[in-house]
Design a protein around this ligand. Structure first.
Ligand code: OGA
Ligand code: ZN
Length: 366
């Protein structure tokens, strides 16, 4: 990719094809102090108020910069690197390749919390790890005074739900969710009935005195790739049929219709939802339902299979951060008479984490 000049026009050359860059596109990017606010990097002018037939008066191209003077008197010096960056709409986290994993995943890296950790280089590494594997574990995160709220807010912004800003996962009488019992929880994604589904989930272990209550994780990306390879019909129907997910308690009724495997516009993996306690399949033709039920059974078998699940015990201070759009999580049963098991949980938005990653990348010049 490179920039070329000819007859007061700027061209962008890529793989043998040469195209003119619209002068207006360059004029919008004028970046001197009179045009862009230094602190916020926001425009001080409104490009919709400019005349459309902007013309270039003078151009100068050096190795790293393009200088443009426009006929309306505006002048700018643009870094070539920044211009080239704009020709790719792949964002930062899409450059981080997902690592498909299964039960053989061992010795995953943990990151030790310390003061100001969220502004450290280590945090950047932790976030990269998170985007690769769909989860990351932080150790020694303070357990007093609902510290999860501070921790979450220093990475992104907490997404409050009807369970509160954060929620306490412990066995309690008259629970409004099976999470608040000592029953095992098969691999599931949280809040499939919400729109949008909270993307990043945190579970912070405060106490764990019981011998059971192991945490489980499954990579929904690995499993859906496997389904696509071995059972294409099943894969297809699960990417097509929208299921109603529902949550009901005394104060709210939440519902959302969505595919169990959601793809993006290019047909690539975007999100899985799975919570067979909460899903209602629409009434379709009998044959289609037959195929759907077989597909759901198969994906459930895979999600619940020993081949894909990792199991580990969270100790007090451990904080598991996971991608609720990619991973399924659960726990093994425990005996509440053995002692306390107490986790605190919350959700944060995906885009704020992405923003944090980009910020740290910029800060440390990575
Ligand atoms: C939850 C949940 C797992 C656990 O609260 O959503 O899945 O380990 N908890 O208790
Ligand atoms: Zn859960």
């Amino acid at each position: 990719m490179k920039i070329e000049l000819k007859n007061k026009k700027v061209f962008f050359e890529n793989k043998g094809s040469k195209k003119e860059i619209h002068p207006f596109w360059l004029r919008e990017r004028v970046n001197g102090d009179n045009f862009v606010d230094k602190g916020t990097q926001q425009r001080l002018f409104d490009p919709t108020e400019l005349k459309e037939n902007i013309e270039i008066d003078n151009l100068n191209l050096s190795k790293d910069f393009l200088e443009v003077t426009f006929k309306d008197g505006a002048y700018t010096k643009l870094a070539i690197q920044n211009i080239l960056k704009e020709f790719s709409n792949i964002n930062e986290v899409e450059h981080i390749n997902k690592v498909e994993w299964n039960s053989t995943l061992k010795n995953f890296i943990n990151f030790e919390f310390k003061d100001n950790f969220c502004e450290e280089k280590q945090m950047y590494k932790a976030l990269v790890n998170f985007y690769q594997y769909g989860f990351v574990i932080f150790k020694k995160v303070p357990t007093k005074n609902n510290f999860i709220v501070n921790f979450a807010n220093s990475i992104g912004s907490i997404r409050r739900t009807n369970f509160g800003e954060f929620f306490n996962v412990k066995s309690k009488p008259n629970p409004n969710d099976l999470a608040y019992t000592s029953l095992p929880l098969a691999p599931h994604t949280d809040n499939p009935y919400r729109n949008p589904v909270p993307c990043i989930q945190m579970l912070h272990c405060i106490e764990n005195e019981v011998s059971g209550g192991f945490s489980t994780l499954v990579d929904g990306y690995t499993v859906t790739q496997k389904l696509k390879k071995d059972f294409l019909d099943y894969y297809k129907i699960l990417t097509e049929v929208k299921v109603r997910f529902q949550f009901i308690d005394q104060s709210v009724v939440l519902e959302d219709w969505a595919e169990m495997i959601r793809l993006d516009d290019d047909g690539k993996f975007k999100q899985v939802r799975f919570s067979p306690r909460l899903d209602f399949v629409p009434l379709m033709d009998k044959e289609k339902l037959e195929l759907f039920y077989s597909a759901r059974k198969k994906i459930s078998e895979l999600y619940n299979s020993d081949k894909f699940r990792i199991e580990f015990k969270l100790s007090p201070g451990d904080l598991l951060m996971m991608d609720n759009h990619r991973l399924l999580h659960g726990r093994t049963t425990y005996d509440a008479n053995e002692g306390n098991r107490f986790l605190q949980g919350c959700y944060i938005d995906y885009d704020s984490t992405e923003g944090k990653l980009k910020h740290l990348k910029r800060k440390y010049n990575l």
